[in-house]
Design a protein around this ligand. Structure first.
Ligand code: X5A
Ligand code: ZN
Length: 686
């Protein structure tokens, strides 16, 4: 598990010339120039342009186009540059949902070159991550087919270029456009170097592009088997809860096991609330969460390429919030998640069923033998396997194709969604914060690791600017209340305090100083800031769960999750804390010292901590941490410091980023520093 220890900016690509291509004869065609103008404008309104590094937009070279497209395909597109309107109309009817315009080639070429440039800049570490606001989109285009508003496959060619030119070995393509990127799937179907992951509206084949190959059982072929993952959505109206459920149960486990060197997102926002083509209900803020969850992977090398998205308001808001997330801004709060739809659970179980042999991270559920029990309801059966790609058999398509459902039912639902979207956009509260991380500093107290060690490490890596160091005050309590103030007064997104063991306290019968600190923080938050729900994640060692149980047990406003080490796992089992108690507001996971690796810690997060935390939806997250297990000679395995950086980053999606970490002082300051610099929120430049 690695992290990129250098601060870099977020790249943003845009070029007005990309607006030249449009449908000459169908004013209702949804793929229009405003689709990039409006999101760019929204980024401007959020003052994101000045914070991003402009990425050079450029035309793709012939050689680049030929990486994945046939010479003939390129020739046809090029020839449309000089066609008459009649000729354009005729050519358009040869492809499904495609129009040609004299500027189609120019725009497609520029969109492709710009995508390649952004991905190149990320790989060459000129920028950390980035967004290309481009059109026409790409993921439906295959070697020889124009399809579904797409001409060249921007994401696929950029990935192929990364394989060839940069010798990348593992690239993850996440395609959250509401349509299946069959073009991308086909290019890498046999290739284990590119893992294609798509979530798309399928409706058992009734949604465009109506392909058998978009179902969950198309998992790749030969060497590439297991490296193509389709999550078909068989109902409309899928929400944040459904999408996050898919992230937690399939995408994140596999992404962590695959360990990509680069992530390309086919970022379509037609799954967003209010898009008439998708009829899904992902809210704009949720895309920031998707990005936050992916951002610790691949050393932060994350390239978003715009695909679909046909409601200009939800598209613009979603793009702007995505760019903010790439910049390391906190994720806007989303509603507490709930139970995913039965149909989505079924799809997820189907995906797990066909992939669990390949991906051991999916093997956390026991599999019963057929006939043994209700196995059929647990894992739905594979429908007829069909390994042949089905291509459209039409020869000609009507000149004017309807882009979306205009039935009265769809219209009504659409109206409701628009109303909800408008409320969301108008009432969105965005935390504007000067510093990313506050670090309390009060060296007058004895027994604490030297803050200087941490500052040095931060400075060494050029991470000092986004941090904010302050004098905590002359008592332990003062320091804690002070740090709460920094976070709630929006001076810093998150904060770290080093907790002294020698601090004198009234409740001296309790040796666990960290829980006393947490108690102080909680009391002050309730008193001063009226916090309703607090999540505590405790990974200090020893069985502090028993002590904390008494403190937090009865309070439903406090969700306490401990991931505690015990020297002897039996001690854990016999300690008075059962695994889950008091309506689930107290969750204890006992781990045996030396038995846990990075993968285990991460798995505990996506399987347990994150889903529960997103449902609980806290106003504040407190992390009680010690790093005594890391790099200890007697301990055979333990999560690494960067791994703790990852889980911190995952938690940062909660509570508007209000994260307070209290670190036990007897931890090695070297390791504390390493964890802090691994916290990727500080790794992008503001
Ligand atoms: C890129 C994209 C959608 C085509 C839909 C045709 N294409 N009904 O979203
Ligand atoms: Zn789409």
């Amino acid at each position: 598990m690695s992290v990129e220890l250098k601060r870099r900016r977020t790249g943003l690509a845009y070029n007005e010339k990309l607006t030249k291509h449009f449908s000459l004869w169908n004013p209702d065609f949804t793929e229009i120039p405003k689709r990039i103008e409006k999101p760019y404008e929204r980024c401007q309104q959020y003052q994101l342009l000045e914070r991003c590094e402009p990425v050079q937009s450029r035309n793709a070279t012939q050689e680049e186009m030929e990486l994945l497209h046939s010479k003939n395909h390129i020739k046809i597109l090029k020839s449309s540059t000089t066609m008459t309107e009649e000729e354009l109309k005729e050519l358009s009817q040869k492809s499904d949902y495609i129009y040609f315009h004299n500027d189609s080639y120019g725009s497609a070429c520029l969109a492709l070159g710009t995508s390649i440039q952004l991905v190149d800049d990320i790989i060459e570490q000129k920028v950390r991550n980035g967004f290309a606001i481009i059109r026409p989109p790409g993921h439906h285009a295959s070697r020889d087919q124009f399809n579904g508003y797409c001409y060249f496959n921007n994401a696929a060619v950029a990935a192929q270029n990364a394989l060839i030119k940069h010798h990348m070995k593992r690239i993850l393509i996440v395609d959250w456009d509401v349509h299946h990127g069959q073009g991308t799937q086909r290019f890498f179907y046999d290739d284990p170097r590119v893992l294609y992951f798509s979530i798309h509206r399928y409706e058992h084949g009734h949604e465009w592009p109506n392909l058998r190959e978009s179902d969950y059982d198309y998992i790749g072929r030969g060497e590439g088997q297991g490296y193509n993952i389709n999550v078909p959505l068989n109902v409309c109206g899928c929400t944040n809860s459904d999408y996050l459920f898919i992230f937690f149960n399939i995408l994140l486990p596999i992404a962590y096991q695959f360990d990509p060197e680069l992530i390309i997102v086919s970022a379509g926002f037609d799954c967003a609330l209010g898009c008439p083509e998708g009829e899904m209900e992902v809210t704009p803020a949720c895309f920031a969460h998707f990005i936050n969850l992916l951002s610790p992977l691949a050393g932060g090398k994350l390239a978003l390429l715009l695909e679909g998205g046909y409601n200009l308001d939800s598209l613009s808001e979603s793009v702007a919030l995505s760019v903010k997330a790439l910049l390391g801004d906190v994720c806007p709060v989303i509603n507490p998640t709930g139970k995913p739809k039965d149909s989505v659970i079924e799809s997820v179980l189907n995906v797990i069923k066909v992939l669990r042999l390949k991906w051991s991270c999916l093997q956390y559920q026991p599999l019963l033998n057929p006939g043994q029990s209700s196995i059929k309801t647990l894992l739905p059966s594979v429908s007829n396997l069909n390994s042949i790609f089905q291509s459209p058999n039409e020869e000609n398509y009507p000149l004017i194709q309807e882009c979306f459902d205009t039935s009265p039912d769809a219209e009504e639902k659409f109206g409701e969604n628009i109303a909800r979207l408008n409320t969301i956009i108008q009432t969105m509260k965005l935390r504007k914060i000067k510093y990313k991380l506050a670090i309390a500093c009060n060296d007058s107290q004895g027994g604490r690791p030297k803050h200087e060690d941490i500052y040095d490490k931060l400075k060494e890596n050029d991470f000092w600017d986004p941090c904010y160091m302050f004098l905590g005050g002359n008592s332990c309590e003062r320091e804690l209340t002070n740090i709460v103030d920094r976070v709630f007064k929006d001076e810093a997104q998150s904060a770290i305090t080093l907790v002294s063991k020698s601090g004198e306290d009234e409740e001296s019968s309790i040796t666990d100083i960290n829980s006393i600190s947490i108690f102080t923080i909680i009391k002050y938050c309730k008193q001063q800031y009226d916090t309703n729900r607090i999540l505590i994640v405790d990974w200090t060692d020893g069985s502090s769960c028993c002590k904390n149980k008494e403190r937090f047990y009865d309070k439903e406003s406090i969700l306490y999750i401990s991931l505690n080490w015990s020297k002897d796992v039996n001690q854990g089992a016999s300690c008075s804390c059962k695994t889950v108690e008091k309506n689930g507001f107290n969750i204890n996971i006992h781990w045996k010292t030396g038995d846990i690796e990075n993968g285990d810690l991460i798995a505990a997060f996506y399987q347990l901590v994150l889903p529960i935390a997103y449902e609980f939806s806290p106003d504040l997250v407190i992390i009680s941490a010690s790093f005594n297990q890391v790099n200890k000679k007697e301990v055979e395995y333990s999560p690494s410091a960067p791994c703790y950086g990852h889980v911190l980053q995952l938690l940062r999606g909660l509570a508007d980023g209000r994260l307070i970490m209290a670190i036990e002082c007897d931890s090695n300051s070297e390791i504390i520093s390493e964890c802090v610099v691994s916290f990727s929120v500080i790794q992008t430049v503001r």
